[in-house]
Write a protein that binds this ligand. Sequence first.
Ligand code: PEP
Ligand code: MG
Length: 568
Amino acid sequence: MIQGIAASNGIAIAKAYQLVTPDLSYEAKPIQDPNQEVSRLEKALEISKQELEKIKAHTKKEIGDEHAQIFSAHLLVLSDPELINPIKEKINSDNVMAEVALDEIANMFIDMFKNMENEYMRERAADIQDVTKRVKAHLLEVTFPDPALIDEEVIVIANDLTPSDTAQLNREFVKGFVTDVGGRTSHSAIMARSLEIPAIVGTKEITSTVKKNDMMIVDGIEGNVIINPSDEELATYKEKQETYARQKEEWAKMKNEPTKTSDGEQVELAANIGTPEDVSSVLDNGGEGIGLYRTEFLYMGKNQLPTEDEQYDAYKSVLEQMDEKPVVVRTLDIGGDKELSYLDLPKELNPFLGFRAIRFCLENEDIFRTQLRALLRASVHGNLKIMFPMIATLEEFRQAKAILIDEKENLKKEGISVSDQIEVGIMVEIPSTAVIAKQFAKEVDFFSIGTNDLIQYTMAADRMNEHVSYLYQPHHPAILNLVSTVIDAAHNENKWVGMCGEMAGDPIAIPILLGLGLDEFSMSATSILQARTQIHDLSIEKLASYKDKILSMGTTEEVVEFIKEKTE
Ligand code: PEP
Ligand code: MG
């Protein structure tokens, strides 16, 4: 048995599928027959083509056309005679292995494109790099794992999964995943929860322990992985699986109920989404709004920036589907564990403390303005609220808001209608902002507390680093005092406060947050019904009376014990 961090609820039983990058090194040897090398190359190209066609079709079906475009670009590269012919010529003229010719010619094009002025051409470098790897794997006859091509029930094992790997997982066959690294708030874990795939992260040793085709049980509730279980263990976990399914059926009864406490107070239960396709699950789970739309997924899994019109379509779709229910759209939060390979940003020593989110947008105003225009144009289709991420200073907020107002004016001058009801708020996820929330509350329309980052910055513990994941302590009095400061500051100015970090869906945090006065809880859609069931049995009045006592406690343990005792 291996213990990790429980990242997504549920129990999965299936065999292991190792998602590892293959070794693509080789020894250059003299060749006998250039024609044979050319036919090896052609065969590798053909297999790569077939694979890419499948991945493209799958991606289009599962996550939408725009994400599938990257594979169309890859297919174009594969059949581009300007790339392929020189490789064949090199095999013949230099008498070299197909691998050698492929590497040399591809690298020449990659270097050439990388240094071009034109952004579109620079993006082609990334395409050629990706495609070359696949073709080389087939030349070397090593497996090139593709999560999108999995066609039997498996549990994916990987050192790490990027958010775009996670987006590619086929829910029909991928029953769970387990990684060596990562924490509960790394974005692959967050996505696992919205995909309802049981997941365990930060096990440190899963890839070195599990062998191909080992049977595995993933208990995403407790964070345990059992490798090659006994019959007895299998029976126990199948029963646990059924109990969990029954519990979900109970929660489902709350779908159309209002979110009210036992003393009749109403709060809002909203959902976090990454794409317009996620909205159906929000509605199925009785979500009353979108508390966080992470727009960066529009920018990921492709090779170029989304256009204003593409963005407009996505925002309009979310707003229309939500039909006048509130939708908080967060402007681009790139950086940290969310990379955009095509922007070619320099690697940073501390990406979570680096050039991300609003910092990036204020430096790249053209990218920011395109997004704001798309949002403003979409605002007439529903109840839009705009939120800026990673605000550390008042100046950053003022600057971002000024750009928003400027674009609003521009659109009006162009005769394009824009809603005049758009609330503009910020994420509170940096301690400096939480500490002076009082000053911010005078200028913003709302706050949404991003505890995933607020906790990592307050405790100085990287949210991706499994060695310090014990410091991810949402119930720590330091965090609760900051949260309380923010809520009080907002209420003093008659503004509302939400929370969109993972803490908002945590059953131990929910009663505490109700007592502190939180107005809106935004979580994975799949946590909403459980939260509503829990809230129905809680009294705000009682919980509020514990506030001072909880805020003066010294440790997480004291807080957790106290609240468990009071709510049992
Ligand atoms: C947060 O930091 O709590 C948050 C919701 O934003 P993200 O997880 O996307 O950084
Ligand atoms: Mg954040």
